[in-house]
Design a protein around this ligand. Sequence first.
Ligand code: BYC
Length: 470
Amino acid sequence: MSGINYSDKIPNNVNLANDRTLQRALEHWQPHFLDWWKGMGPTDFQGADVYLRTATSVDADGWASYGAVKMPDYRWGIFLADPVAERKIGFGDQMGQPVWQQVPGEFRSTLRRLIVTQGDTEPASVEQQRLLGHTCPSLYDLRNLFQVNVEEGRHLWAMVYLLHAYFGRDGREEAEELLARHSGDANKPRILTTFNEPISDWLSFYCFTYFTDRDGKYQLKSLAESAFDPLSRTCRFMLTEEAHHMFVGETGIARVVKRTLEVMKELGTEEPAKIRAAGAVDLALLQKYLNFWCSSSLDLFGSEISSNAASSFANGLKGRPDESQYDDHVLREKQLKLDTPQGAQDVPMLNALNEVMRESYLKDCEIGLKRWNRQIERAGFSFRLALPSTRFRRSIGSWVGLPVDPAGKLLPREEFDQRLHEWIPSQEDRAFVRSLMQRVVEPGKMAGWVAPPERGINNLPVDYEYVKLS
Ligand code: BYC
């Protein structure tokens, strides 16, 4: 990459043009990233012109520049939100002291682990979604998928920038490893379980962007509070992009609900078999997908009782989302009552922070549920969608592996095993959903199982040719 105009090729606000160390690290990593994108990114669409937004600066005009781009030519950039003058540490035992512009030696490995864990999820999600383009319900959806994919790629760049700029040789090695682990790979899987689940249909994609990207929002918000200022600024900018990903999920599920309600009205029935026969997703089936992805995403917050979370908070590495909304930012005196299989237990608040975060996440998840249920109510049907209990299907924490139903009730193991597919999709359910996934690529046309969106992207009409297939 020598002789390259860095600002043009790699839009950035980190002075890349004058930073030889960073340039050298990127010269090595960037070709590996492009190989990874071509090998593990969206299959067969590398030559298509996609109507994408690109971040070219962090201000209102530049963070979303729209235009037709071939994905391998996408300009993945490196951006930090503007610095806050004289920013002070906002929580933990060093509260009130100046934030750090460099990594303190004693927190080096913990910070690196947090950044690597965050970074690992970004390419993982692109890998999980790589085949979806073949079964897109419309060009509008196809474009949204690719927008999400290129931005997850940019979020990987954001974390790699931190590794390259602040963690020396081991940071460079970790950056290579981020391209070497692969979602679902038996030998070298991604770090967190949810990111090894296949996303082989669009209903899963909508659920993933609703639930799992929302976990991303909460994790990024908590890292945006960090005393390590470059991490805070990086995450703050990533959050502006994350909003669109959750929009794709929330409106995607709303469009599925809308179409299903139309079919239910046309046929005058709530019977799943008849709705399926008409080529729509019955609401009970949608509920199973919500149960699956919500419970899987709940695991991403870690254990309810966590000494890792306690020390990350006390040391100022990772705060609570929107830390300023709380009164007490040190938490040495507080306790939280936790609901465990052994009964209610008082736990030092510092050790219960994963749970605090999980609870605020769930409140945010409820917003979409309320909207979708309002649609159902207005259509005159009695079915209601709900979030599963936090005890259901847990793979980490005190409820791990216990036979609890989505209402939170502990069942005999045998009954739980027998009834599991009343609550999460069975092979048959998944096969049915896959059968609906027929590719629709005529501008303005939609697959039969999902309603059109209310509006297009960036004020363009819904029938705009968002992806020009080559
Ligand atoms: N799977 O003390 P514990 C996103 C490990 S999504 C496997 O309970 P802790 C995105 C844990 O590492 C946001 N392992 O939890 C969304 C620990 O291992 P060690 C991703 C797990 O450490 C869509 C041990 O179990 N960002 O951005 O307080 C598309 C005990 O852990 C899991 C982050 O996660 C799991 N689910 O918190 C694209 C932020 N959970 O250290 C992108 C960075 C825990 O004993 N990561 N473990 O070997 C963190 O903040 C924390 O590491 C965790 C866990 C929240 C993951």
